[in-house]
Design a binder for this molecule. Sequence first.
Ligand code: PMP
Length: 456
Amino acid sequence: MSSNNTVSSNSELVKRDLKTLWHPCTQMKDHENYPLIPISKAKGVYLEDFEGNRYLDAISSWWVNLLGHSNTGITDAIKNQLDQLQHVIMAGFSHEPAIQLSEKLAEITPGNLEHCFFGENGSSAVEIALKMSFHYWQNIGEKKKTKFINLTNSYHGETLAALAVGDVALYKEVYQPLLMDVITVEGPDCFLREDGESWESHSRKMFQHMEQTLADHAHEACAVIIEPLIQCAGNMRMYHPIYLTLLREACDRHGVHLIADEIAVGFGRTGTLFACEQGNIAPDFICLSKGLTGGYLPLSAVLTHNKVYQAFYDDYDTMKGFLHSHSFTGNPLGCSAALATIDLLEKGQVIEKNIALSQHMASSVAHLKDHPNVAEIRQHGMVLAIEMVKDKASKTPYPWQERRGMRVYEYALKQGALLRPLGNVVYFMPPYVITQQQIDFLADIATQGIDIATAD
Ligand code: PMP
């Protein structure tokens, strides 16, 4: 409703929005051509604008929503908490939702990650893990360990240190003079495997680069940071879990921490509760956010094991403490949303039920593998990606300036779906409450959208 109590229209809100709002990840001039869509409400997999148009949210509102919009289990938990305690300083004070959530996360994450530090968003979780790892080595007297090792095509957020350990030029290049140096290793991206080569064989082969880098740089390296199984912002490129297994073993052997950024892939996205489980490994630090609260409120967490924690635990004047903070660290409303989300995931056996949904996603678009401009359809669990190319045989990409993905985006919106391709990659990463019929609806739109986008 606008201030004079009349119902707002899309066009009125767009006009007001574009006067003052500066949107994320957007060249604002694009809105001269692409519509901005104000959303009034959402339920399940659907977003609804101010004129009653519905859009199937195929990307879970930037990969955060797990159990649908307006899920009563989560909203009730937030409402109950709202009546009790909205926020409290977490230095010197505590509250039940944060305590319960840290216990729960320690229980469900892989290995013995029994100490939980809360942040507010994914990037802050990455900053926390980087600082903790660095500071750990300082605290135990390994003063030369000051560098981080990352993978090509990785993404870990937009704040400066998170950006530095990422490798997507689109987000990073212009800021390069501001960023710390990192040691970047050629990653296991299986799109780049040779014809006929298996994901496992390619991932094993690419691990040799990591092995060599660890051998050369372990003396100066704090940690290797990775996105387990899927490089989401790096165009949904994927790899085999064997890489995680090999990496864990090598990090142990070389005395380097392993940071698993499960911000996008945690909470069931790849088919297991955490992607690390598929490599049968536990990292030294796990970063969680996005789906942590079911996508309802901003919250993040970094969990680590006791060996790290103990290196900080000392008298104040040793200055070994981790004096990092964010104002909304461990916000009670966010923690309550997270507890409700985890409870619903467990009680509803959601991850088990997702197996049928992910199989259905695969079969719904299987015909596209013969499309002359589709180089690959790849999938890990509830993430499926379709890579459009100019030339199928050589996997030559379309020039990025042609913005083919945006043609799919525009077409999908007209048909009632929010598909937001990354470059030339069309992907489905829907809330887990999607039905098979809704998947079929998306598959039809993607098929037609790809035909339109590749027509000339
Ligand atoms: N790491 C990964 C793997 C991500 O996908 C993202 C967000 N897309 C981030 C970190 C940053 O999270 P946030 O946007 O909440 O800062």
